[in-house]
Design a protein around this ligand. Sequence first.
Ligand code: ADP
Ligand code: ADP
Length: 227
Amino acid sequence: MSEIVLEHIVKKYGDGFPAVNDVSLTIADGEFVILVGPSGSGKSTLLRMIVGLEDISDGSLSIDGKRVNDVAPRERGLSMVFQNYALYPHLTVYENIAFPLRLAKGQFSDQEIDRRVNQAAQMLELGEHLQRKPANLSGGQRQRVAMGRAIVRDAKAFLFDEPLSNLDAKLRGQMRTEISRMQRTLGTTTVYVTHDQTEAMTLGDKVAVLKRGVLQQYASPKELYDE
Ligand code: ADP
Ligand code: ADP
């Protein structure tokens, strides 16, 4: 649970027009912020800079008052869920979810790992599928495993990059409800990229609108869409 502050963040790839251009944004502790904008507007780039997968060209990024521009991704304490899930095909659902805990060598006992994996699986209705491999799961179940892996560690924030875009409409609706419930339960600061207006309206405390790398608006869904 953390505050994320972006000050005059810029990303330049080569010498073209900046992909992200002077974005300043304060994401309060526990807040659920949606990033929207047309394709190519810089949403993924912004998310990837926050999580540390992309260098920041200019400006300052801080988490809980500490500048993290030069802090390695793993040290930032954030959890990211990708659009394509990025599951390990050779590992079971259980081991996919347990993976971040096993990575933190010795920090979690087998008993603690078991407790956390089961808790995440229960929250995401994966309890019956723990011994399956990703290939034997539906798209919605795979998406849940990716979520499980993100929440199994106590992250300072969750970052979601269009997590529902590969699901059909019915599942999207169901997952929307689950993500919302999960975020309220855990109270974890969340940044969520989407181009789906329903997701933007129903999930977020605030919506940040990007266009050609520039922040156009930052307001509650009500303020944005009730006009
Ligand atoms: P969005 O997520 O809103 O679709 P992106 O952040 O993916 O937008 O892209 C923003 C802009 O930056 C686009 O013009 C895109 O082509 C460009 N871009 C993204 N990644 C790279 C990269 N690795 N190298 C060069 N240009 C990139
Ligand atoms: P999305 O729009 O879903 O964010 P894209 O398909 O635009 O994803 O981009 C996929 C990958 O390609 C990302 O890692 C992005 O950084 C990279 N990319 C996007 N645009 C460019 C570009 N113009 N040059 C090089 N890499 C790019």
